[in-house]
Design a protein. Structure first.
Length: 127
């Protein structure tokens, strides 16, 4: 059985390495895109089982990247988990409105992140 693949779209390498470590320890394969534009391209080429999307990045932010992913019929069904330091009132709803399936704020509990990934990867499988 092949490992589930998670695309992490994150411009902070420390954050990526923490997520990569905990996800790979829990049986996932991860790969990185460092901005939203690269994230959309990687999603189209690699078709991961799930995407973890930072919302604040250079070149193209995660809001825009998620919106583009959800408009692409070939990849629109991939669950997107927003992981962000945005915690202002309305930010969660804004993320959900552009197509994010879940919203996790930084600093995050890495075990909670794994549980959230497990939940959405399994939901994605059913769909």
């Amino acid at each position: 059985m092949s490992k589930k693949r998670v695309l992490v779209v994150e411009d902070n390498m420390d954050s990526y390495e923490l997520m990569r470590f905990v996800l790979e320890r829990n049986g996932y394969e991860t790969f990185l895109a460092v901005n939203g534009l690269d994230g959309v391209s990687a999603a189209q080429k690699q078709v991961p089982d799930l995407i973890i999307m930072d919302l604040s990045m250079p070149i193209m932010d995660g809001w825009t990247a998620t919106s583009l992913i959800k408009k692409d019929e070939h990849i629109s069904n991939i669950p997107v988990i927003a992981v962000t330091a945005y915690a202002m009132p309305g930010d969660r709803m804004r993320a959900l409105n552009v197509g994010c399936d879940e919203y996790v704020t930084k600093p995050m509990d890495l075990l909670d992140l794994v549980e959230t990934v497990n939940l959405w990867v399994n939901k994605g499988k059913v769909m």
